[in-house]
Write a protein that binds this ligand. Sequence first.
Ligand code: AMP
Ligand code: MG
Length: 339
Amino acid sequence: MKTLKLDAINDYENAVNIASEILVSGGIVAVPTETVYGLAASAFSDDAIRSVFTAKGRPQDNPLIVHIASTSMLGDIAKDIPEVAYECAKAFWPGPFTMVLPKGDKIADSVSGGLQTVAVRFPSEKTICDIIIKSGLPLAAPSANTSGKPSPTSASHVIDDLDGKIDAVVIGGDCAVGVESTVVSLIGESPRLLRPGAVTPQQLRKVLPNLVIDDAVLEQLKDGQTAASPGMKYKHYAPRTNAILVEGCSNSFVKFVNEKTDCAAICFEEEYYNILVPKISYGSKRDEFTLAQKVFSVLRDIDDLGVKEVYIHAPSKDGVGLAVYNRLIRACGFNVVTL
Ligand code: AMP
Ligand code: MG
């Protein structure tokens, strides 16, 4: 299949119009959002959703997030919506926040991977919202990468993974947030954080004071344990190079990597000039927003370094740092060294 490249930077209207037409006729299109690029399909079409799973090589039981362009669309996606969902919508939408609710009857079963629930988000990025409005469709969209690889934060990442496998890619700029949305389940006794993102636990607790952080956010699931968020059980974001997450202060990290051979370091800007092995900085340790923006792109660059092992300096788990830590610990297969 030839993948159409739609230039939303120089010809925005045309890109939005063509992308919408393709989606209405059952095709699949990669589109930028503020978190990462998504691979969109009509949330009403089982066939289109199936093509998304095939293009990504995504396990069928890993459900997709449905994207809407106004809170008023929520009634088409979910049912038995609790009042607290509207409080969350008011506080965090549009933005990088997803809630899990009972699934509405119109949504294709394949969207939810067999669950009776549905994840829904109203993004703040204009391009995807305009495509939702123009097509008149809620769009189910997982990250537009090959399953298991780091999520795509630029159109070139999407093209590297999916060129020839999808109908079109809308080429916009790099993603402003850089990590996928915060996912909170509003099913069950207490609201539960399933995946950390740019909306932090501190912000969530202002609306959801009894928020519980799911074990899968920071820990590996034990054998036989079921994942509240199926995506959390899969190996994810991993480079081919053996990656190890390292916890400790800057001085000890620098000393640790400088004593190693045949390795590279993913470090903070503050450490860069003191590190003697091949290295990539992913931003200042004090700026978790930049760390989030750059983490996936850096994970994609690791394999070009041509080394046996890569040591990644772990960020703090505060604020958006928790989301960055969550992605890195998966990229490292839960392989952590504490100095
Ligand atoms: P991605 O599409 O790559 O952003 O991944 C979507 C994430 O949301 C995955 O971790 C899914 O497991 C999770 N998710 C989507 N729908 C649901 C749902 N109904 N219940 C729980 N988690 C969900
Ligand atoms: Mg993904």
